[in-house]
Design a protein around this ligand. Structure first.
Ligand code: PBG
Length: 323
């Protein structure tokens, strides 16, 4: 045998020398849930180890992450049911929980990279990502609200705006809105290929944001489709996106790879709440080894082509020095 691949696996030193993929703290983005009030820190039942923080505790959490070298955060608000309406008005009110949280994080930690979520669902009395009329989710009318949200986030100090709504044309609309108002430096990380997935369940528990009727299949992508992701990615690129995201991650590694092979932009992947819940549940049962399972998951997402990974595991892998 001239070729014996096992020679390159014979010692730890050689295995590390030939390792093709690394996961570093710099690649990780930590999603954080926010609630109103003071001194709040409540665990999400379906996401052990993940909490909803009031702004005071959010600042403590961000500080402890920064000390670990975890510098990027994606914020999501849990909004009081009484503040929700058909048009997500609360989403661009100056003193809303979310805008106060963005301002507080950027004021205290200007070096932190704050990513903000643009979509109506946490604020919508219908629990949908767009305006609902006669059971239909309207596209172009929704863009106006998304534009207002994005602008409010930029004014509050957001570094990167991440539209997760899947309305057609939203990246271009938001880019124009930001540019016309002097925010040419604010980036857009587009949820380009976001699938109508079963794996968002725990997130909707965390934010109490599940749709009040129907599902999201008229705007989020069909899990059976791969090539359609290229249409979404191409449009986002033309419309001015700085990052293209695939979501969820694990069941869609092929889509991450496909988009990576068809763009020069950095690709991000969202290792979503249901993926986290699945791994945690098996670890709690003693059925999987935590360090090995979690680092394998993150490595596989990087190997498929993701530059950045949004993951609820971001802090624990650094606390435990697993990378
Ligand atoms: C809202 C949004 C969702 C997620 C991120 N932004 C849920 C949804 O579309 O219903 C899911 C994230 C996760 O499951 O971790 N537009």
């Amino acid at each position: 045998m001239l070729q014996r691949p096992r020679r390159n696996r014979k010692s730890e030193a050689i295995r590390q020398m030939v390792q093709e993929t690394q996961v570093n703290a710099a690649n990780l983005i930590f999603p954080l849930f926010i609630v109103d009030g003071e001194n709040q820190k409540t665990e999400v039942a379906s996401m052990p180890g993940i909490f909803r923080y009031s702004i005071d505790n959010l600042l403590r959490e961000v500080e402890s992450c920064l000390q670990l070298g975890l510098n990027s955060f994606d914020l999501f608000p849990n909004i009081d049911e009484a503040l929700k309406d058909k048009y997500a008005t609360e989403s661009h009110r100056e003193e809303s929980l979310y805008l106060r949280a963005i301002r507080a994080v950027k004021k205290n930690f200007p070096e932190a990279c704050v990513i903000t979520d643009v979509a109506m669902d946490p604020y919508s009395s219908d629990g949908h990502d767009g305006i609902v009329e006669n059971g239909e989710v309207l596209n172009d009318e929704t863009l106006e609200i998304l534009g207002k949200m994005a602008l409010a986030h930029a004014r509050s100090g957001a570094d990167i705006i991440a539209p997760s709504d899947m309305m057609d044309g939203r990246v271009g609309y938001i880019r124009k809105m930001l540019d016309e108002n002097g925010f040419t430096h604010v980036s857009i990380m587009s949820y380009s290929a976001k699938y109508a997935s079963a794996f968002y369940g725990p997130f909707r528990d965390a934010l109490n944001s599940a749709p009040k009727f129907g599902d999201k299949k008229s705007y989020q992508m069909n899990p059976a489709n791969q090539r359609e992701a290229l249409i979404e990615a191409r449009l986002d690129e033309i419309e001015g996106a700085d990052f293209l995201m695939v979501k969820p991650a694990l069941p869609y590694l092929d889509v991450i790879k496909l988009i990576k092979d068809n763009t020069e932009l950095p690709v991000a992947a969202y290792n979503v709440s249901g993926e986290y819940a699945m791994i945690k549940a098996a670890i709690q049962k003693g059925w999987l080894n935590d360090q090995r399972a979690i680092t394998e998951v993150l490595t596989s997402i990087r190997r498929a082509g993701a530059t950045a990974i949004l993951t609820y595991h971001a802090k624990e892998v650094l606390v435990n020095k697993w990378l």
